[in-house]
Design a protein around this ligand. Sequence first.
Ligand SMILES: [Zn+2]
Length: 274
Amino acid sequence: MTFARDPNNDDAAADCHIDTWACADDCDVRSFSLVRQCDVRGLLHCHTDYAGGAHPLRSIVDTARALELDYLGVTDKAKIDDADEGLCLEGIAYQRSEIRELNEEFKDLVLLHGIEVEAAVDGSLPLPDHVLDEFDYVVATLKDDHGLDAAGFTARALRVIMNPFVNILGHPCGDWMTTCSGVPLDLETILTAAAKAEVAVEIDANPCHVDLDWTHCAKAQEYGVTLIIASDAHRAARLADYRHGVELARQAGLCCRQILNTRPLDDVRAFFNR
Ligand SMILES: [Zn+2]
């Protein structure tokens, strides 16, 4: 396995000395360089066998440590109805206690407890505010299009973004990039709202999703949106898929300063606690 954070490995070293953008401001040169694999300090979207993932949390943690990540956010899906395999309240509490134990056991990786919630057709979320408030952060998704047209889908996304408990907009194009051409939403409106609300927008690097594509990423940078590069892993080994997102971000010309999970953990927490 090629480790992501080792600047001495051949892949990373080949990246590391180039791509510095000219900068008129008096600020960190690194923040104006194209993002590299070795810049990614943590991942904020993955799944365990608590709810739909293939592997137990400990296996995910072992892989994250092998990748030399500083932090990992666990974001299993919230249960929506009785037929759904997502986390119920009891499962949430149990998972939180396991995360607490693992954080005490390992000092080289910090686990965050997040949750992925699929927005309803009207943009509301399936968990009450007091439950959402107990997570380190909330990833709201728009995976199911509910047959909405562009205006309806955009209005739904805007309600999600305006929810004060939402920190990350996941699957921002509705997970359609691999199956449909065109994006049935007003992306400019959504990106403008996300930048204003300080909601990060996800580059979902899961090869089955590839949502946003690089043209959307470039537009997000233009609008000043904070992005995350997410592997959305459902298996431990798939955590490494964030690298596809790095390549996509580089194609879009994204700098580290645009990408939340290139920042230290304290800065990530501060963003979530804004
Ligand atoms: Zn997910």
